[in-house]
Design a protein around this ligand. Sequence first.
Ligand SMILES: Cc1cc2nc3c(=O)[nH]c(=O)nc-3n(C[C@H](O)[C@H](O)[C@H](O)COP(=O)(O)O)c2cc1C
Length: 373
Amino acid sequence: MRVVLGITGSIAAYKGLIFSRELYKRGIKQKVILTYSALKFIKPLSFKSITDADVYTPKDFFNSNLHIEIARWGDVLIVLPASANFISKLANGIADSLLLSVSIAFNKRIIIVPAMHEEMWDNRFLRENIEKLRMHGVEILGPTYGMLSSGEYGMGRMVEIDEVLDYLFRETKKVLLIYGRTEEPIDDVRVITNRSSGRMGYLIHLALENKGIYHDIVVCGNVEFVPKRQYVKIYKTIELLNFIKESITKYDVLIMPVAISDFVVNKKEGKLHRKEGSINLELKPNIDVLAELSKFKNSTIFIGFSLESRENLEVSSANKIKEKNLDYVVANTIESIDSENITGFIMDKNFNKIFEFENLDKFELAKKIVNLI
Ligand SMILES: Cc1cc2nc3c(=O)[nH]c(=O)nc-3n(C[C@H](O)[C@H](O)[C@H](O)COP(=O)(O)O)c2cc1C
């Protein structure tokens, strides 16, 4: 989802900055437009410092066809906070600023989040204009009753940012992407892990981002490829399982190109020393995350990965689907680990190989996987 965020001249303009930051944390691409009045309250530098948004101000207004370009680019236009002035101008087709020109040209979803003093909100012309916008499919969120900037209580307070986020993402598919490699401690400084670089998962993240699909990311272990946005870092398998159990109901799709350690050892406290002589590490089978998750699988689509030698790939993928109740398995051969290319196939839950690939660029496969959603 690509968001065009308009910010108008309200004392609540700083909330536009917080909202923009929240979009950034979720990896949402955004273009921010500040009105002339918004600039009295908040500066472009703030956005440039804490988000990766493209920021536009009134000086960009007559920059060729920018208003059309921005309107075509966005999937949704959110004006937060929206001033009485902006609302009434929009309802009457006025386009005398960059934000209004973009809004008038915007033929997709528009969400308006008003914020103003109660006396302004009560104005009958404004209210007529609000109804007019609503009638034409513009979504109006709030305002609500609460403390206003003056310290008084009344109607006109902007709805909370969390509510806007919930509203915005309510109908979008949400993906949880988990990639990397788990680490199981041997002692307080050493771990058992594997050679997974995180490249496949990182490329799936880029493919999701390109398609504007909402996704949260868990990166396991210290892999080379990490996203340039917020993500959760997890090391141990048990912590990963607990995290997924707690959060899975929030997601429609789980994609797991993660190399989970098959074995754990009894961790020793402190640091093992060479002078202690040879030591035997007893490798015990680790918990099977996907098998555990399959016990309470509901409507979430599970896309698992299977890394095996070529001759075992088909049987082990089919078993994985059966035993772990997966919707898809992306099967790949051992040579694919830590490589730019990948060989294998995607198998669906009816054991059909729906896509076979030989030495395919991992980004091409990432796009195919994202298309399954
Ligand atoms: C201190 C101050 C706070 C303001 N707060 C609001 C507000 O919360 N909501 C609003 O609709 N107008 C508010 N205004 C008035 C708008 O800034 C004014 O109508 C302006 O023309 C809006 O321009 P814009 O819609 O292009 O951003 C405020 C004005 C000042 C001076």
